[in-house]
Design a protein around this ligand. Sequence first.
Ligand code: B12
Length: 462
Amino acid sequence: MQITLIMPAYPHGLDTPPLGIMYISAVLKQHGHTVRLVRCNKDKKEVLHEAIKQAEIVGVSLTSQVVVGAVDLVKDIRTISPRAKIIVGGPHAYLFENEVFKQLPQIDYACMCEGEYAMLELANGQSIEKIDGLLWRDGDVVHKNKQRDLIEPLDKLPMPDRDGIRLGNYTLPGSMLTSRGCPFRCAYCVRIFDRKYRAHSPEYVMNEMDTMYHKYSVRDFVMSDDNFAVDVNRAYKLADMIEKKNWKDITIGFGNGLRVDLIMRHPDLIKRYAGIGLKSVSLGVESVIEDVLDATMKDITRDQINGAISILKKHNINYFVYLQVGLPNDKYENLRTTKEWAKKEGITNFSSALTTPYPKTPLWEYVEKHGRFLYPKSEIHKHYPWHNLMNVFPVWDTKEFPAEKRMRALTELRYYAARRLVGSIGILAILRHPAFFEWFIKWLRYAVLGRMLRLKGRSPKP
Ligand code: B12
């Protein structure tokens, strides 16, 4: 069968390879189906329209950041190809299972689980009621099938379809996923992969890296796992295998981070990876205020945060700290403590975002009980595009930390972060950075123009 899988456009953030649809494509191709992958940020409209015309099934991948942009896309798919079946999947479909049929009225099915085998069954013509993990529309009624089991063992999956995209066009072409799921309980996290940790074997990961190295000339590997090192022995085994390759020209990054408590417990693991090319680690610090940190349910402490950063510094590994503004228990006055912490610990590389509640998370329940949604819940998805790296508006607040003050705190913290970065590497280094111009234009359009329009109650198109 002919299938087209689409990643809708999103205005902000890094344009990394769309691993979700690349995995689905690999499984479909393995079973003889023909697949085209389209990324709206990269491919021209004509390419998109041609791919839709050819397809019998069109799949659209949704995070909550792209769903507003997907409204017109899905309408276009229906117009161009009235008979094609349209299916959506991804974190947003998992979160808004029933509502997504109202948000995107032209769709036929939604997949609220890992998509590889649900899509395969659909493409193979399995009857709809028998496809676990699927929601489907019958007139105005939405039916929900049985929950789908997680894919196990993960090694049964083929590698993501890197032939299906032009890898070199993407930021971080070396993005890969060595495991799925995370056993921790962070209040804000969306858990499409569940808390059960499943990992590829070191042999599988090594084979994938080897293919990426030789076939796609990847030199900078970026692990995007939710939690790469839950199984520390696996991490050590993989390090041994990478070392045996004797690749002198590679770097490794943990793009989605390592936990600070893990770094503290296993400083040797960091040393081991530093020896085989580890160059950067992101840290989900979230907050350095103890009672705010406790409310994240992340189960880490400020001492662990400081300790982990010193270990990374000791091994000359770049670190990047992610902070949130507006977590439960947070207040405007905490900003000062956060800035003092950054100064005292010599933190020069950090970014901040507003805390965003999603359904099915403890944070969402917290807002229902102790906070206030600033928009009707049925409308909230329309405001998520503003809740990301360039974000300027909160979707919720509390009496103690009202919306206006959240925005002020975010703006001030971002300004402070920019000053610290400029102070450490110099303005010229930033201006000369290849991504600076692109970033600056996006910033002008979405942060400045977006803010002006939103203050008047309107939004620019994503
Ligand atoms: C790498 C990553 C990033 C990267 C790049 C992401 C990108 N390319 O868009 C960076 C660092 C830039 C990033 C930024 C952000 N991210 Co992010 N990110 C991730 C991460 C860790 C991995 C994504 C990935 O590759 N997954 C692997 C693939 C295999 O999974 P998948 O895409 O979900 O696909 C599977 C299923 O969902 C399903 N599926 C997906 N599409 C489709 C389509 C069809 C038709 C079907 C049937 C099935 C299906 O099948 C796939 C295979 O099983 C995820 C967490 C996670 N575990 O997925 C968060 C995640 C996607 N990010 C999230 C968030 C909140 C953000 C930010 C808003 C954070 C912030 N405050 O700044 C920004 C937004 C950036 C933007 N786009 O505007 C949330 C999204 C929640 C939501 N409501 O949508 C996630 C889920 C994290 C979380 N656990 O809460 N992110």
